[in-house]
Design a protein around this ligand. Structure first.
Ligand code: G
Ligand code: MN
Length: 398
């Protein structure tokens, strides 16, 4: 609801961490166009204060006690329907963001944003404009934009998505395509990556996983994909390993741990993407230690593309480092890519890891990679992902 011209924007802060509450409180009271009407420490208190003070904006921590941000947001809306709710989080947690939006938050701020970003976020919320933190990762922004664009976020739509994911799961999960990983010098197939494929829209695997996450079924979908992938192991050329994908957040989930415990072996490589942040290295480390003790090797996927590269790789101590497709692309024509790749290659040999280059599309890229000392690769130039398992060796026609 728009404040009257000249009137100060009345802001309620719902935040249980005292230091954050203090800093934000100071920030809001210090701005001449704003007035802090209260600071609530849990969801129930936030609802009560909102009912009493009917603020223009409520800034709500997504992880607060007493049912968390989503409960606080829901109850604030009930007691004070004119209040615009802004979710506040310590990190880019996609599922909390989506939950908050579903119960009616108009936007999202990341703690640690600049003073200006936070104040501007509050001003935009009161003008009825959507608020997106600049720090929210790209895929989250896409999801958010889609959500905010919909005026009516009906529970029917959520139910419909959920049903589609559940129906895929009850049908045995996604299809699997197999793409060989070959020794570049000989074409010998050393491994095969299993990739999830979807016949139904949105078809793109990343979008399917995002949709599943939005309806609380991400773990289920990842585990289904993992199981379907592991089923293909007997079809592989003898001696080739099966490389399966998993996001770091899922690795610690009970269902994933069970599947891994049942199927880990020295013919399995677990690829952990570098695109997603790792929230707890200790937990992830323990899970990975368990599967590695059964012979499973560990690969860092998409290296050079995402989060905290070297620190991440260093902590996971992988057996294999997969160079991201964006580093391989036209590497023969680009010194900067060669420099970055050669840094990663030196680092890999330092820690005793093998390098696999992803996304090779030309002979020239293979040559440049070999000149840099890369032994293994995969990509359309070698073979596209296909439903059937590849042969034991690829013909690298010259
Ligand atoms: O995140 P991950 O590296 O596991 O994903 C690999 C994706 O890249 C798969 O969807 C696969 O189909 C695709 N892919 C594999 N090889 C190539 C390639 O040579 N070029 C392009 N553009 N994509 C590829
Ligand atoms: Mn992968």
């Amino acid at each position: 609801m728009a404040a009257e011209p000249g009137a100060r924007t009345r802001v309620l802060l719902a935040e249980d961490e005292p230091t954050v509450a203090h800093v934000l409180g100071e920030l809001i009271s210090g701005d001449p166009s704003m007035e802090l009407v209260g600071v609530a420490r849990d969801a129930a208190e936030a609802a009560e204060m909102a009912g009493r003070t009917t603020p223009d904006v409520a800034v709500v921590d997504v992880k607060m006690p007493g049912g968390g941000g989503p409960r606080a947001a829901r109850e604030i809306r009930e007691r004070s329907p004119g209040t615009a709710i802004l979710a506040l989080s310590a990190y880019e947690d996609q599922s909390s963001v989506l939950q908050m939006l579903r119960v009616g938050a108009v936007g999202y701020l990341v703690k640690g944003g600049t003073v200006d970003q936070i104040l501007e976020g509050i001003r935009r919320a009161v003008r009825g404009q959507s608020v997106l933190s600049a720090e929210v990762a790209g895929n989250v922004v896409r999801e958010l934009a889609a959500h905010l664009a919909r005026d009516e976020r009906t529970s029917e739509q959520v139910e419909d998505r959920r049903r589609r994911v559940l129906s895929l799961l009850s049908g045995g999960g996604p299809d699997i395509a197999l793409q060989p990983i070959a020794e570049l010098a000989t074409g010998r197939v050393v491994g095969v990556e299993a990739l999830a494929r979807f016949r139904e829209p949105p078809q793109r695997p990343d979008l399917w996983f995002e949709e599943a996450a939005a309806v609380g079924l991400r773990t289920e979908l990842e585990v289904a994909a993992l199981r379907s992938a592991l089923d293909r192991l007997p079809a592989l050329p003898s001696g080739a390993y099966l490389s399966v994908n998993m996001s770091p957040a899922i690795a610690a989930e009970e269902a994933a741990r069970e599947t891994l415990a049942q199927t880990s072996s020295d013919r399995v490589v677990l690829e952990i993407t570098e695109h997603a942040p790792v929230e707890d290295y200790d937990v992830l480390g323990q899970v990975l230690a368990d599967v590695r003790s059964q012979g499973t090797r560990l690969a860092v996927d998409d290296a050079g593309a995402g989060f905290a590269s070297l620190r991440h790789i260093l902590r996971l101590e992988p057996d294999i480092i997969k160079l991201d497709i964006t580093l391989t692309r036209a590497i023969d024509q680009d010194r900067a890519r060669r420099a970055l790749a050669s840094g990663l290659i030196a680092f890999a040999s330092e820690i005793g890891a093998a390098i696999v280059a992803e996304g090779i599309e030309t002979r020239e890229e293979i040559q440049a990679l070999q000149d840099l000392g890369v032994e293994y690769g995969q990509g359309y130039f070698l073979a596209r992902p296909a439903p059937e398992a590849p042969p034991a060796a690829l013909a690298l026609a010259s």
